[in-house]
Ligand binder design. Structure first.
Ligand code: SF4
Length: 360
């Protein structure tokens, strides 16, 4: 490692916080294998054993109707479109039941911004999930869905969080962050609001005792400064309440999206491993980093465990968003256990809040 690299390594090993200049080195200049080794060293300092966790989960959707027109999205249909659909509460609960019967302990439920759905629709799904399937954690509704529910209901988004909490919900999924930079969000999702539209919901959720994940979808219009804006925003919010359980980066899938025609960035496995290792080092206050076998492939997932990740993610029994972009990947619990073992680690099943349920 040359001068900057030596400095970053010394800071990391001394437990000093990295600055943007260091972050730039991690994201652009660091030799990949040295970066991975450093991230791995820090992973083992924070989580000393060779345990790698996974969750049995499903990721169904309740509607594809959406008025927000994100340019990276292949999943949504405008209201009135012949392919638009919305599930009834009972149909959503049937999906939760099917996941529960397959052993899921987490259901990550999300959907489009459908202005026809009242607050009670969401609250009933939470209440009934907890009543009928107490073994399942309702990991429901991203920040922008909560903002939409608030607008439709004429409430503040904090009121919606309070009502969800009253209904029994305790965790939120981190989707919809994309890249938390004003420039990027204005370009690819102008109707969704700037970074604060996502950050404010997570801040207020954390203040109320919710846990959530922090995600990042990269590989479209962002540059290094945008990624550092994202890292800085997550790290600063984590300093406030400590409510993020994990950081989960994945790469953009362009098929069938408005960005497909002109996107020129092709981010392969090396870019993914760099992003993962950099996040482990820069986000010094986020406990877990998740390897995304689903969006990057199982082999990349195994390698990611040597680049700072300590979690394998979930089984994702059902997934429709990537599928709409013609990207499909499936896995079984047995396969997860085998892949984690093959990579040299000890698999352990966790719940939504990263508590260990059993070693495998
Ligand atoms: S990403 Fe979500 S908010 Fe954006 S268009 Fe797709 S469904 Fe709508």
């Amino acid at each position: 490692m040359e001068l900057t690299g030596e400095r970053v390594r010394e800071k990391v090993l001394a437990g000093e916080r990295l600055d943007r200049k260091d972050g730039h080195w991690l994201l652009v200049e660091a030799p990949l294998l040295e970066l991975g080794a450093l991230a791995n060293e820090i992973r083992f300092r924070r989580i000393p054993d060779k345990r790698v966790t996974f969750v049995i989960d499903s990721n169904p959707n309740y509607t594809n109707v959406c008025i927000t027109d994100c340019q990276f999205c292949a999943f949504y249909r405008k209201p009135g479109h012949p392919e638009a659909w919305t599930l009834t509460v009972d149909e959503v609960l049937a999906k939760v039941e099917s996941a529960a019967n397959a052993g899921a302990t987490t259901v990550l439920l999300q959907g489009g911004h459908n202005p026809e759905l009242p607050l009670d629709y969401y609250l009933t799904i939470v209440r009934e999930t907890l009543r009928r399937f107490p073994q399942v954690t309702p990991h429901f509704f991203t920040a922008s869905e909560i903002q939409t529910v608030a607008k439709v209901s004429g409430l503040a988004f904090t009121d919606v969080l309070d009502r969800l909490k009253e209904a029994g919900q305790r965790t939120l999924p981190g989707g919809g962050a994309e890249v938390l930079s004003t420039r990027v969000r204005t370009r690819i999702e102008p109707k969704k609001g700037g970074p604060d539209a996502w950050l404010d919901v997570h801040r207020e959720a954390h203040r109320r005792g919710f846990k959530s994940t922090a995600t990042m979808m990269y590989g479209h219009v962002e540059d290094t400064d945008d990624v550092l804006d994202h890292f800085d925003a997550i790290r600063a919010l984590q300093d406030e309440w400590g409510g993020f359980t994990a950081f989960v980066p994945w790469s953009f899938k362009p098929n069938n999206t408005l960005l497909e025609k002109w996107i020129t960035q092709h981010k392969g496995p090396n870019a993914y491993l760099r992003m993962l290792a950099a996040s482990r080092l820069y986000l010094d206050n986020v406990p877990h980093v998740q390897a995304s076998w689903f969006s990057e492939g199982k082999k990349a997932g195994q390698i990611a465990l040597h680049f700072g990740a300590d979690d394998w993610g979930g089984t994702l029994f059902e997934e429709n968003v990537h599928k709409a972009a013609e990207y499909v990947n499936t896995i079984t619990v047995d396969e997860i256990v085998t892949l984690i073992r093959e990579a040299g680690f000890t698999p352990a099943q966790r719940n939504t809040e990263y508590e260990i349920l059993r070693s495998c």
